[in-house]
Design a protein around this ligand. Structure first.
Ligand SMILES: *Cc1c(COP(=O)(O)O)cnc(C)c1O
Length: 457
């Protein structure tokens, strides 16, 4: 499989290339030149597969000769052996509520599904090459913990994680900062998530710096994350017992998870609608409902993993909507940077064929957690609540809501809503008494770069 970039459709790179780079040199995002579409018969042949076998089939389409299918299967197996659910994910149906729980990995958010795999991709690559790699990643709370768990203790690889200082939940922070592995570096930035993401993008763009440290990225723009997440859309469809089209409600921040659903649809999975569910940082809701793609100030909410205004993966959708025209995307990205982009009528119509959107405010989120607990006796986390609430708002049934995090990661919000304490699972309780280690930095590129240079492999 060959890949090009949303900002340069002339290049041609392998999976190995684009996996290690994360972001293209000119700042674009990677996409495969062709997307395989399954026939109905092919879909049928995937129906009975275990999660691991299904993952192997789907992911191998994209990884080409990065590794053999047999090796891939081993990598997949190893990656998901860290999950507490045998099937990796768990579909929960109670009356009209259908929830796909994606948080049974080691750090209790859906980010583990992709990140465990990525950690083992790096390990596999480094076992064959004498390189050293330094990963730099920005997190709105969950990516960092998932990446740290996936990379901890691995040889020839360091990871530097930037999180917005005091803007993630204490449990989210402790899952990262209590890890004692020598190859883990936690950095709190005085700023918000967009600032963190921006610093990482600037370091990538500084070619002499990123080359010198052999920098690699695992943010949700990394294509490997998207393909790993595509798997559970298929798995869920096969476990729902009817042959109708399926729709998903997806709590959305950086547009990575919901984009994976779009990819599944492009690959022939009978998906009707993808509902983009946002919190008060509603740029994607405004864009999808009326074409208004203007960033506001980031608001802090009780769903911090979605406190984002610059939804990086949206660029992939735009590229496809505009018929792979990278000149057009370069123009659009300039307009977005100057905060003067609106979707035109034709593009909006195309997007609305596949996507719906809704947004929930803080009060509505707390209300949904309360109602779900009252009606179904299930405690859901604030992000998942946004997915549930969005379905309520559009007054439709039959949507599967992706449950993106375990409620114990957000105990304060849960307590505020239903006055209940949700405990961490036993194996994680230890983090609450351990010493935390992280450095606090100003939102300043140069001092950060010199810290990383001094500590890199
Ligand atoms: C990251 C995250 C999201 C948002 O996912 P995107 O791929 O960035 O849209 C939603 N919920 C939780 C719990 C997350 O950690």
């Amino acid at each position: 499989m060959e890949y090009f970039s949303t900002r340069n459709n002339h290049i041609s790179l392998s999976f190995e290339n684009i996996f290690l780079k994360g972001l293209s040199d000119e700042g674009g995002l990677f996409l495969p030149k062709k997307i395989k579409k399954f026939s109905n018969n092919e879909l049928l042949s995937l129906k009975e597969l275990s999660y691991e076998d299904l993952a192997t089939e789907i992911i191998s389409i994209f990884t080409g000769n990065f590794c053999s299918k047999k090796q891939l299967k081993e990598i997949v197996k190893k990656s998901y052996s860290t999950f507490s659910e045998k099937d990796v994910v768990k579909l929960r149906k109670i009356d009209d509520l259908q929830i796909l729980e994606l948080f049974h990995g080691p750090t209790l958010a859906f980010k583990d599904v992709a990140m465990q795999l990525i950690g083992n991709f790096y390990e596999y690559f480094l076992s064959k090459n004498s390189n050293k790699i330094n990963i730099i990643v920005a997190t709105s709370g969950d990516t960092g913990a998932a990446a740290i768990d996936a990379i901890k203790g691995k040889e020839n690889i360091n990871i530097f994680v930037l999180h917005p200082h005091n803007k993630i939940s204490p449990v989210q922070r402790m899952l990262m900062t209590t890890n004692k592995s020598k190859n883990i570096f936690n950095i709190a930035i005085n700023g918000n998530f967009d600032d963190c993401q921006n610093l990482v993008k600037q370091m990538f763009a500084d070619r002499s710096f990123s080359k010198a440290i052999n920098m690699s990225g695992v943010n949700s723009i990394n294509w490997a994350r998207i393909i790993a997440q595509t798997v559970y859309y298929f798995f869920c469809y096969f476990r729902i017992e009817n042959n109708e089209k399926i729709s998903f409600s997806v709590p959305t921040g950086n547009f990575g998870d919901v984009y994976a659903g779009y990819l599944a649809k492009k690959m022939g999975l009978p998906i009707d609608k993808l509902l983009v569910a946002t919190n008060e940082n509603d740029i994607l809701h405004r864009a999808i409902s009326k074409g208004d793609y203007k960033a506001n100030q980031v608001k802090e909410t009780i769903s911090p993993s979605m406190d984002i205004q610059v939804a990086s993966n949206f660029e992939r959708l735009l590229f496809q909507i505009y018929d792979n025209n990278s000149e057009k995307i370069i123009e659009i990205m300039k307009d977005i940077k100057n905060n003067e982009f609106n979707l035109d009528e034709i593009a909006l119509k195309k997007i609305q064929k596949d996507f719906l959107s809704e947004s929930l405010n803080e009060k509505e989120i707390l209300e949904i957690i309360k109602n779900v607990y009252k009606n179904y006796k299930v405690v859901i986390d604030p992000h998942t609540a946004i997915g549930v609430g969005a379905v309520k708002k559009i007054k439709k049934n039959n949507f599967v809501v992706l449950a993106t995090a375990h409620p114990c990661k957000f105990p304060n919000a849960i307590f505020k809503s239903i006055e209940k304490k949700v405990d961490l699972p036993n194996h994680l309780k230890g983090i609450l008494n351990q010493k935390e280690e992280y450095k606090v930095f100003q939102n300043d590129l140069e001092s950060l770069k010199s810290y990383i240079k001094n500590n890199c492999k």
